[in-house]
Design a protein around this ligand. Structure first.
Ligand code: SF4
Length: 78
């Protein structure tokens, strides 16, 4: 029998590599990206700036780009 709750992210999406970059000069550390990222790519660093610590997990959904109030995030396919 199929599981009722399957994974939210397909294998295809998982395997696509992305490079996530945060401009620390403009990041205001509001943590919106930390909150919204479905795969916990971000943490706040010692200076309170967003740091993409789990970039390998990124699925390229661009939610972090949409919520960033200072346009400090870039997500590129690599
Ligand atoms: S693009 Fe999506 S998965 Fe990747 S870091 Fe941003 S919110 Fe997380």
């Amino acid at each position: 029998m199929e599981p009722v709750f399957g994974p939210k992210i397909s294998e295809e999406e998982r395997e696509m590599p992305y490079r996530v970059t945060v401009n620390k000069e403009t990041c205001d550390g509001d943590g919106e990206c930390v909150e919204i990222c479905p795969v916990d790519v971000y943490e706040l660093d010692a200076n309170g700036k967003a740091e993409p610590v789990n970039m390998d997990e990124c699925i390229g959904c661009e939610s972090c780009i949409e919520v960033c109030p200072t346009d400090s995030i870039t997500v590129e396919e690599i």
